[in-house]
Design a protein around this ligand. Structure first.
Ligand code: 13P
Length: 251
């Protein structure tokens, strides 16, 4: 059985004092049997890593550069993320795809660089509302996934976590129903399997308005292996309840 994974994406939120309070609120509330990580903004990675480690809370970055080092102002390299204790890295979040023009090619390159460096990439995919309404949701998500498989090959892809985050569900309070999410997760798994990826161990997370209220129903679906949580990960009570729901689903 795949171990459930719950990841908090803090996006561009927090400061040293608020980070401290938030991690403090998670003390004793990271359940055994579930992997939990948070992704703070890069200036706080080292702080949050140090605070989180004794709690069993791993740390991830929200993005990485596809380059190794050099004259790339503003970019952060995979080796630097590892150096400050990162285990995970989000790649291709829809906010990066939309606001920073990241296309499938660049996203695939970043996933490859992360893996090579020894980081665990979480590949974010998901369709917009217009694409869903136009009946293209599966096709869009399949091509996002396949562009990475094509570059990486099936063996390396087995080490990637996929996060399905429908763009219309992010920060809108409009979560996909467990059935809608499960259908897409099953489609992603099938697409990976057809590409020769050893899918039994590949975790597929759901993201998009996950809260303590809807987490249990999502986690009950056979192909939903955890969550990528935005807004609700900024509140210790909400985030720890989602972690508890993951632990309950796993037991
Ligand atoms: P919300 O949980 O705030 O909808 O954000 C989801 C997300 O984008 C996580 O990466």
């Amino acid at each position: 059985m795949r171990k459930k994974l719950v990841v908090g994406n803090w996006k561009m939120n927090g400061d040293r004092a608020r980070n401290l309070a938030l991690i403090d609120g998670l003390k004793g509330r990271i359940p055994a049997g579930v992997e939990v990580a948070v992704c703070p903004p890069s200036p706080y990675l080292a702080q949050v890593q140090a605070l989180g480690e004794p709690l069993g809370l791993a740390v991830g970055a929200q993005d990485l550069s596809p380059r190794k080092e050099g004259a790339f102002t503003g970019d952060v390299a995979a080796a630097m993320l590892l150096d400050v204790g990162c285990e995970w890295v989000l790649v291709g979040h829809s906010e990066r795809r939309t606001l920073h023009g990241e296309g499938n090619g660049l996203v695939a390159e970043k996933v490859a660089v992360a893996l090579e460096a020894g980081l665990k990439p979480i590949l974010c995919v998901g369709e917009t509302l217009a694409e869903r309404d136009g009946g293209q949701a599966e096709e869009v998500v399949r091509s996002q996934v396949m562009s990475v498989v094509s570059l990486l090959g099936a063996d390396a892809m087995a080490r990637v976590v996929v996060a399905y985050e429908p763009v219309w569900a992010i920060g809108t309070g409009r979560t996909a129903t467990p059935e809608q999410a499960e259908l897409m997760h099953a489609c992603i798994r099938e697409c990976l399997e057809l590409a020769g990826v050893a899918v039994a161990g590949v975790r597929i997370l759901y993201g998009g308005s996950v809260t303590a209220a809807n987490a249990a129903a999502l986690f009950a679906q056979p192909n939903i292996d955890g969550a990528l949580v935005g807004g609700a990960s900024l509140v210790a009570d909400g985030f720890s309840s989602i972690c508890a729901a993951a632990a309950a689903a796993a037991s």
